[in-house]
Design a protein around this ligand. Structure first.
Ligand code: CAA
Ligand code: NAI
Length: 246
């Protein structure tokens, strides 16, 4: 029970990595706010948590809209009283080669993956400062660290997340708040299912552990950074990618 009685908001908690993180955090004793644009998926995760005896609420949120994020945080505090952990996990792709990337697809990825992380983190910080303790986890990507063909917009956001994470680690470390990023490699979720098979085949040859990652691989990294075990870890980027680039 590494998160016993802690309250965690997990954005994008309805599907993929966020779903696995919601279930993992609940098994470790957390009260979980499963916050997702996809309300049905969030409700399904909450139902599963409750069937297993855990405690959770589903909140429909669009992280790209500040008012929606403010409402999410209010619901979390009303339900559980504290916000001990924020996992900024919601994210989208809109892949295109540079010469084909539209301004609309540029902007929508920036709005969710970059501005959304800013809105969510800014919204929970007053509560964490009041508590004198908190854990903020952001989700970068191998694409943000090393770049990726067809991901100008996405890579920009995931590199930006690293910069924000390190800035916040410096601003907030003295207030008892740890801010760290996880940079996953290619993980088997709906996001990767959209990648053409020929690209996946090429990719697999570059992963030393010879497989794509699983959502549990990332949920376990989130868990470490959310738990007291990581109290002296601040401003780091934890690469969970099978050693894809070294
Ligand atoms: N690595 C290496 N080569 C790649 C590549 C990649 N990631 N993506 C595309 N290419 C290559 C293609 O194989 C192709 O090469 P050839 O001309 O030799 O066949 C060339 O680039 C052009 O690709 P397409 O013919 O597919 O061009 P398109 O305009 O139809 O589509 C695309 C371009 C939308 C970028 C498409 O190739 C694509 O979806 N690629 C995958 C991009 C990708 O890796 N996205 C990751 C999504 S998962 C994620 O984002 C999670 C995370 O954080 C890692
Ligand atoms: P996914 O597509 O399976 O799940 C993403 C979830 O985010 C969905 O439930 C979706 O409804 C939600 N979401 C999307 N836009 C939202 C918004 N505006 N507001 C609230 N919720 C929203 O994706 P996956 O793979 O689970 O990705 C989770 C995170 O991990 C993302 O930030 C992604 O960029 C990152 N990541 C994923 C990798 C992968 O290979 N799957 C690799 C590296 C990073």
């Amino acid at each position: 029970m590494r998160l016993k009685d802690k309250s965690a908001i997990i954005t994008g908690g309805g599907n993929g990595i966020g779903r696995e993180a919601s279930l993992t955090f609940s098994r470790e004793g957390a009260n979980v706010v499963v916050a997702d644009f996809d309300e049905d998926a969030a409700e399904a995760v909450v139902a599963e948590i409750k069937e297993n005896g855990g405690s959770a609420i589903a909140v429909k949120v669009n992280v790209a809209e500040q008012a929606s994020v403010t409402a999410m945080v209010e619901k979390a505090v009303t339900a559980f009283g504290t916000i001990d952990i924020l996992v900024n996990n919601a994210g989208i792709t809109a892949d295109a080669m540079l010469h084909k990337l539209s301004p609309e697809d540029w902007q929508k990825v920036i709005d969710v993956n970059l501005t959304g992380v800013f809105y969510c983190t800014q919204a929970v910080i007053p509560k964490m400062v009041e508590q004198g303790k908190g854990k903020v986890i952001t989700t970068s990507s191998v694409s943000g660290v090393y770049g990726n063909v067809g991901q100008t917009n996405y890579a920009a956001t995931k590199a930006g997340v690293v910069g924000m994470t390190k800035s916040w680690a410096k601003e907030l470390g003295g207030k008892g708040i740890n801010v760290n990023a996880v940079a996953p490699g290619f993980i088997e979720t709906g996001m990767v299912a959209k990648v053409p098979d020929k690209v996946i085949e090429k990719l697999k040859m570059t992963i030393p552990v010879n497989r794509l990652g699983k959502p549990t691989d990332i949920a376990n990294a989130y868990l470490f950074l959310a738990s007291d075990e990581s109290d002296y870890v601040n401003g780091t980027v934890l690469h969970v990618d099978g050693g894809i680039m070294m």
